[in-house]
Design a protein around this ligand. Structure first.
Ligand code: GDD
Ligand code: MG
Length: 370
């Protein structure tokens, strides 16, 4: 069976992390998020994958090529202007050859695709939507079901006073291609506001498949950090990269960790990472290849992309720093701060409160207290 993955969105809520790379390419455990998604599909024998592309598509094609190195056959379908979620799949209709999976490209899940497919066939459904219960449904599409799990109503991203269920659209669909006759070609058209409500009117069978699987949408920096916490603590299953140095600490080749530095699990260090004297890395922390931390620094609950340098006596806690950046001595980067790629943060800056610094910015010493 083929799968279509929607990877055309601009990832606006994740900016500045998605300024240089589209959302599917941002690193998770030091490799592009989409690699984790393809690993998951391969486990279900799904090898034929169509990527529906838009924003910064060249970053994806350059990395994945024809997919051979990743154990899949990739077909790229491009759109000149965003076609919306349903319009994007309609745009790939000629490549579909029967029942297919459709995935939002920013979801990591342990959903049992085999069981969902069996449910879809048993119900003779035209569209089956995976659903998960969440604490705050207002950021998602709510789906109301009847006792037979047939879809009754959609409420996309409601305010709290309109919330009627905690079950939300989990962004994985099984679709019979016939439904694309309702989708206008080459026009912006969404599943959520367009096709799904139309199918309720036409009476085509559409079912929800609730499950208590692991599920996360990485669409915001908080969720991106949350995914790392889940992977590192084992809440979400994965294969850890590198070599296990001790319980909960995985390091890649050529790391240089000073004997007086402390690594407190769970920690993942990429290739060639250096940690200086008396610095403490308290997990969950992931550092990309070539990162360096000076002396007497503290890094905790952070994701730092490749080739970033952290000076001496720096405190970093609950933050993300893009690749090739430099954080000079005595900086304090905490409270959900997000620093883009290739930034230079001079000494003695204090950044908290989810501040976001765009790529390439240079901030002089002692400039920001936020
Ligand atoms: N090709 C293409 N073209 N892809 C697109 C387009 C487009 O015009 N617009 C969005 N996408 C892709 C995004 O890249 C992402 O992978 C996926 O479609 C979903 O878009 P998001 O922008 O992440 O949507 P959302 O998270 O706000 O809401 C959707 O997902 C929720 C689950 O995470 C909706 O489907 C909600 O109903 C759902 O609950
Ligand atoms: Mg999303």
């Amino acid at each position: 069976m083929k799968a279509v993955i929607l990877v055309g969105g601009e990832g606006t809520r994740l900016r500045p992390l998605t300024v240089n790379a589209p959302k599917p390419m941002i690193p998770v455990l030091n490799r592009p998020f989409l690699e984790h998604v393809l690993d998951y599909l391969r486990r279900y024998g799904i090898n034929d994958v169509i990527l529906s592309m838009g924003y910064r598509s060249e970053v994806i094609t350059n990395h994945f090529g024809d997919g051979r190195d990743f154990g899949v056959n990739l077909l790229y379908v491009h759109e000149e202007t965003p076609l919306g979620t349903a319009g994007a799949v309609k745009n790939a209709e000629q490549h579909l050859d029967g029942t297919c999976f459709v995935f939002n490209g920013d979801i990591l899940t342990s959903l049992d695709l085999g069981a969902m497919l069996e449910f879809h066939r048993q119900k003779k459904s035209m569209v089956t939507i995976s659903l998960v219960p969440v604490e705050d449904p207002t950021a998602y599409g709510l789906v109301e079901l009847d006792d037979d799990r047939r879809v009754q109503r959609f409420i996309e991203k409601p305010t709290w006073d309109r919330v009627t269920t905690n079950l939300v659209n989990a962004g994985t669909y099984i679709v019979e291609p016939e439904v694309f006759r309702y989708v206008p070609p080459k026009l912006y058209y969404m599943f959520e506001h367009g096709l799904f409500p139309v199918l309720l009117q036409t009476g085509d069978p559409m079912y929800g498949y609730p499950s208590n699987c692991y599920w996360i949408d990485i669409g915001t920096p908080q969720k991106y950090l949350g995914l790392h916490r889940d992977l590192l603590t084992g809440r979400a299953e994965t294969v850890m990269p590198g070599k296990r140095l001790k319980e909960g600490v995985w390091v890649d080749a050529e790391c240089d960790i000073d004997p007086t530095a402390h690594l407190v699990s769970p920690v993942v260090l990429g290739k060639g990472v250096a940690i200086g004297p008396h610095s403490t890395i308290t997990g969950p922390v992931v550092m990309g290849d070539g990162c360096r931390v000076g002396r007497d620094s503290v890094v905790e609950d952070a994701v730092i992309w490749r080739e970033t340098r952290v000076g001496n006596s720096v405190t970093m806690k609950t933050c993300v720093v893009g690749e090739g950046s430099q954080i000079d001595d005595h900086c304090w980067i905490t409270g959900g701060a997000i620093i883009g790629d290739h930034c230079l943060v001079g000494a003695n800056n204090k950044m908290e409160h989810a501040i976001r610094i765009w790529p390439g910015k240079s901030i002089g010493p002692g400039t920001i207290t936020f």
